[in-house]
Ligand binder design. Structure first.
Ligand code: ZN
Length: 332
């Protein structure tokens, strides 16, 4: 048993309370490798932004859970080395799908876990979430739960259609489970293809897809039922068109990739939405930078020469999100 406190990590409790009061949101960035972690920590340290490092089931399979946890421990030390005296870093399990997985993360030094039982019937979601909460809270680890179903693909989490969270269920769910935060479905979606072309309109000038707006009426109704309760948005990448264009220009093929417009996320960040998950955008930044090097310097075969620019591009992206979209800079 390792306590997250011994690793210099923090849970989400105080972080979320401050974010709701201050009208900003905490970035939750997924990481799978060293370059991505370096970029996240540099961007957070230089902007003094609290940050949530997320490990998904796919990341655990890809990089190994033990290695990822030690990397997060190293990240705290790296942050201090960068001059961030009191780093506010959460290590969070993204989309935990069983009690056993959540327990193993709690025991292993994670400071926050998500139990995603949103695909189960309401009563079963409550029962499983409550079991995780009861275990995690013994160790002061915070728990994110989910009500409603997001469309899209994230690792092994997949759904064809979304079902918005039902505001009339949130009071009963949060009270009976004791969860610390709630991921809701209001139209965000996992992956780089968040909407089908037929769900969108097309900008006549640019020919680009314009996605439908998020269901802010559902969010408002939820906030009315649970005033001040921390709300989480998954699947909140914006799919920057400059990266899509770069990828396509340098030999990639991402037709009609579309995300959530940043002005909508800015609006959400000012509300009780206090955690915004961003994964696809950093994948796009990484891929765009690597493709560019491969296209322009075909003789290059030192991975540092293409992973380095990819890391720089991700760092730029993370800083942009922190400063221009979530407003979490200077809050840690
Ligand atoms: Zn998610």
């Amino acid at each position: 048993m390792v306590s997250f406190k011994d690793l210099g990590l923090v849970n989400t409790r105080e972080m979320f309370a401050k974010a709701i009061d201050g009208g900003y949101a905490i970035p939750a960035f997924n990481f799978n490798n060293m370059e991505q972690l370096q970029a996240i920590i540099k961007a957070s340290a230089e902007t003094k932004s609290p940050v949530i490092l997320q490990v998904s089931k796919g990341a655990r399979n890809y990089a190994n859970q033990t290695l990822l946890r030690y990397m997060a421990e190293g990240a705290v030390e790296y942050a201090k080395e960068l001059g961030w005296e009191n780093p506010q870093i959460v290590l969070h399990l993204d989309h935990g799908d069983s009690f056993e997985l959540c327990k193993s993360c709690v025991d292993f030094g994670f400071s926050s876990v998500m139990i995603d039982a949103s695909s189960l019937p309401f009563e079963e979601n409550i029962a499983l979430t409550k079991k995780v909460v009861e275990y995690a809270h013994q160790f002061d680890v915070t728990v994110e739960a989910e009500l409603g179903v997001l469309a899209g693909v994230e690792d092994e989490v997949q759904s064809e259609v979304s079902h918005y969270t039902k505001p009339e269920e949130v009071i009963e769910f949060s009270t009976r489970t004791g969860c610390d935060s709630l991921a809701i479905s209001i139209g965000t979606s996992h992956g780089a293809y968040k909407f089908r072309p037929e769900q969108c309109t097309r900008d006549p000038k640019t020919g680009r897809l314009v996605p439908p707006p998020l269901a802010f009426d559902v969010l408002d109704a939820i906030m009315e039922k649970l005033p001040g309760f921390p709300i989480v948005l998954h699947g909140s990448s914006s799919v920057p068109q400059e990266y899509v264009d770069m990828i396509n220009k340098y030999g990639g093929k991402l037709p009609d990739a579309v995300g959530i417009p940043e002005e909508q996320l800015r609006k959400a960040a000012k509300s009780a939405v206090c955690k915004i998950n961003i994964d696809s955008d950093s994948r796009l930044a990484f891929t765009a930078a690597v493709r560019k090097v491969f296209a322009e310097k075909p003789a290059e075969f030192d991975p540092r020469k293409y992973c380095g620019p990819a890391r720089d591009e991700m760092e730029r992206l993370y800083k942009h999100k922190i400063i221009e979209v979530l407003g979490s800079d200077g809050k840690a």
